[in-house]
Design a protein around this ligand. Structure first.
Ligand SMILES: *Cc1c(COP(=O)(O)O)cnc(C)c1O
Length: 463
């Protein structure tokens, strides 16, 4: 076991200063037991902890670091912006630049508003939808996470689930009484709900590719039905692509599946590692936001020049190197490798992968290939980008054994925890919960992926 003495020392102090020693529960290692390691710095594909251990990083700050850590181009962009001052509370041209880049890449976005986190983005999108429609009810899906917005903090996936706190204290019954919870990927439930409440529903908010109960892919049928029922009833369809934006497809899941939501929420990658969120969509809806409309939403540091610089340089770099097909191919390579090794080792597992997102789910021992898993009939993920460069996937990548929170939550979390610690010991930093997503970055090489598969093979022998 690598030495974690300094991590332990620093984390012990942190626990006296910060609740649980962390500023976000997802990083507390609660679901795998033990203490988090404390990071000293990031270097490309690697994290280096305070004890000097190096880890190949598949967490990437939970999504944003798609170019790896301290990418020279991003660092330079931030430095240039930094020297000019960090915040003015006044318009800057950089905001237009990032807005234009996103509008070009995400087909559903005509106008966009920048905020400081994904949570702010979804909170604002919900308020906008309610203001625009004059209705109260919202629909959310079990196992989808949309940040810690009161009205959305029910059945909210990983952080809540792994801590065994399905609903937060402090969320009043009133703030969730207009929230309708439905199972993910279930077309029937949508139909019934709209037949009953259609004209009262302000918005449906969904992760079109879910990343917060592990990577669980919304079927195109499910997403088409959502578009159909919201449109037919005048409800706003919100795609929460804070995680899947620039990950599930080059313009997010909406672009990949060719479905146009009314509003899209973004975050993570668009900030290049700085705090950013955004919501954007049809101009006629976005123009209901103050100062043109009457839906209030503001932010002292919103659109600040450092975050804009990091976002602009990240997205420009992704475009310049045509990153998306490569990211997808590399993630498919890892997914297939893991699946093959699981099969050889006789370990029941399902690998769900799309774009640069993936989760290795350990199935409950007696339930491999069981009919309990609703195996989806869909065999492709919408309009695949560049099929020629994406590895052909026939196995778990497209098996869709895990389709919703019900199937995800049956997984063997104990086995995942053992797997996690064994991989960490070998220098691989995987998400510290079965219900989180692995990410690929542009700086992870094929030989590093092969090393990962080899290490997984060794670990599988011990499980
Ligand atoms: C991370 C995430 C959020 C919340 O973003 P924060 O920046 O952590 O507030 C919202 N929705 C989805 C889908 C996310 O993955």
């Amino acid at each position: 076991m690598p030495n974690h003495d300094q991590s332990h020392l620093i984390f012990s102090e942190a626990k006296n200063l910060i609740p649980g020693g962390v500023n976000s529960p997802a990083r507390a290692f609660g679901a795998v037991g033990g203490e988090p390691i404390v990071i000293e710095r990031g270097e490309g594909a690697y994290l280096i902890d305070v004890d000097g251990n190096r880890y190949l990083d598949y967490v990437q700050s939970w999504g944003p670091m798609i170019l790896g850590h301290a990418h020279p181009v991003v660092v330079e962009a931030i430095q240039t912006a930094l020297l000019k001052g960090t915040s003015f509370g006044a318009p800057t041209e950089a905001e237009n630049k990032l807005a234009k880049l996103i509008i070009d890449l995400v087909p559903s976005v005509e106008k966009i508003r920048f905020v400081n986190s994904g949570t702010e983005a979804t909170m604002s999108a919900i308020r906008l939808a309610r203001g625009f429609t004059g209705r109260n009810k919202i629909v959310k899906f079990i196992g989808n996470y949309h940040g810690h917005v009161d009205a959305l903090l029910v059945a909210a996936g990983s952080s809540a689930a792994t801590l065994g706190v399905p609903n937060s204290l402090g969320v009043t019954p009133g703030s969730v009484e207009d929230t309708i919870l439905l199972p993910y990927n279930n077309v029937d439930a949508i139909k019934k709900t709209f037949q009953k409440f259609g004209k009262d529903i302000a918005a449906v908010i969904v992760e079109p590719v879910a990343g917060n109960m592990g990577c669980v892919i919304g079927s195109s049928n499910f997403l088409y039905e959502l578009r159909h029922w919201t449109q037919a009833n005048g409800a706003v369809l919100i795609f929460d692509e804070v995680l899947s934006g620039f990950r599930a497809g080059k313009g997010g899941a909406g672009q990949r599946f060719s479905i146009t939501p009314d509003v899209t929420t973004l975050g993570k990658v668009i900030g290049g590692g700085l705090p950013v969120g955004a919501y954007g969509g049809k101009a006629e809806i976005m123009d209901h936001v103050l100062p043109v409309g009457n839906v209030f939403q503001a932010g002292t540091l919103s659109g600040n020049p450092l975050a804009m610089a990091a976002g602009i340089s990240t997205i420009q770099m992704l475009q310049k190197i045509n990153a998306f097909p490569v990211l997808e191919r590399k993630m498919a390579m890892l997914a297939e490798g893991l699946e093959d090794e699981a099969r050889s080792a006789g370990i029941p597992a399902a690998v769900e992968q799309i774009g640069s997102m993936m989760t290795l789910f350990f199935l409950a021992e007696h339930e491999d290939n069981s009919e309990k898993y609703h195996v989806s009939s869909r065999t492709f993920h919408g309009s695949m980008v560049d099929r020629s460069t994406a590895t052909s996937s026939t196995g778990g990548c497209f098996a869709n054994k895990i389709t919703d929170w019900e199937t995800a939550s049956m997984c063997n979390t104990q086995r995942y925890a053992t797997f996690f610690w064994n991989m960490l010991e070998r220098g691989f930093y995987f998400p510290c919960s079965q219900f989180e997503t692995f990410f690929m970055s542009t700086v992870i090489t094929e030989s590093e992926i092969q090393q990962t598969i080899d290490a997984v093979k060794e670990v599988f022998k011990t499980l």
